[in-house]
Design a protein around this ligand. Structure first.
Ligand code: NAD
Ligand code: ZN
Length: 277
């Protein structure tokens, strides 16, 4: 896309946002990339982040399963404990603050819908009651069985040996003493407790009844697991307003929607500059 075309989309996006009543922010792993987080894009990207898994020939979907946690918990928690530490340490980039400023400045009702399990929107100051985490959260635990349909906060301190990708210790179920796991939806996962995500979704659907003019801004959601992309496309079909898709590598949109082939931070800064200018 030519620079003039990109600028035209930026201007169109700015007009959508300044005239909206409700802002829906949808986000995938790409939203975290400008904060320094990996998006695990492709097996090569995953193996660059985790060289031991490259040696063992294990890809993202083979690591993101409940099996390791139940059969070899120090190995399973090596992956999830490392990610817990990473997400705890990460400072959300300036783009999160830009979104919060628009919400305040244009007095927007808003909701965040994300497949990220990293808790970065909460950390950046978004209201916990306005966030839907469709794949759960690494900062909440449940029993591996599960013996009870109850979640609790993940406050475990993880020490990970990066050579072996094993955790020195891991959390146990508060009720039965078996291994606990993150409340994250994994591959081939029949034990994930969806109630927390379902409750978040119910709050979000309830607020959508009164929508008059909607702007949906999607940041870094990939095609491989397209749940976030589909949700935004569906909302754009069923409501007055547009989908603004921000993605440097997979920017394609259904006709009539706005595609911005830039990183999340750059696009948000440029839309912000237009709104201020
Ligand atoms: N941070 C997290 O919580 C995290 C991280 C990795 C994976 N996951 C899980 O794995 C799955 C991954 O799916 P996904 O679609 O979120 O990720 P994905 O890795 O499949 O896709 C990431 C997308 O982000 C785009 N991208 C890359 N850099 C970007 C940038 N700087 N700005 C904006 N976009 C950028 C890529 O082009 C790609 O389309 C999800 O189910 C999610 O639950 C979560
Ligand atoms: Zn239990």
């Amino acid at each position: 896309m030519q620079e003039e075309q990109v600028q035209e989309k930026i201007e169109k996006a700015a007009r959508q946002i300044s005239s909206a009543q409700t802002l829906i922010i949808t986000a995938g792993a790409g939203m975290g990339v400008d904060s320094g987080l990996p998006d695990f894009r492709g097996t090569e990207g995953f193996w660059q982040a985790y060289p031991l898994y490259a040696k063992l020939g294990l890809n993202f979907s083979q690591m993101a399963t409940p099996q390791h946690l139940t059969h070899d918990p120090t190995f399973g928690w090596g992956f999830y404990g490392h990610r817990t530490n990473l997400y705890r340490e990460t400072v959300p980039h300036e783009g999160f603050g830009i979104l919060l400023n628009w919400i305040k400045r244009f007095n927007l009702d808003y909701h965040v819908v994300t497949s990220n399990v990293d808790g970065q929107f909460q950390k950046a100051g978004f209201d916990e009651d306005r966030i839907v985490e469709i794949h759960g959260s690494i900062h909440h635990l449940q029993c591996c069985e599960p013996c009870k349909p109850v979640l609790w906060k993940n406050e475990h301190k993880f020490e990970i040996d990066f050579e072996t990708m094993r955790a020195a210790s891991y959390p146990l179920c508060k009720f039965c003493g078996e291994t606990a796991r993150p409340n994250v939806l994994m591959f081939g996962d029949f034990q994930w407790l969806p109630e927390r995500s379902n409750n978040q979704e119910r709050r979000h659907v309830a607020c959508r009844h009164s929508i008059e003019h909607l702007a949906i801004i999607e940041l870094g959601a990939g095609k491989a697991i397209p749940s976030i992309r589909w949700k935004g496309e569906q909302m754009a079909r069923n409501n007055p307003g547009s989908l603004i898709r921000i993605n440097p590598r997979e920017p394609q949109v259904p006709s009539g929607q706005i595609s911005i082939p830039l990183t999340a931070l750059e696009a948000l800064r440029r839309i912000d500059a237009k709104l201020k200018g």
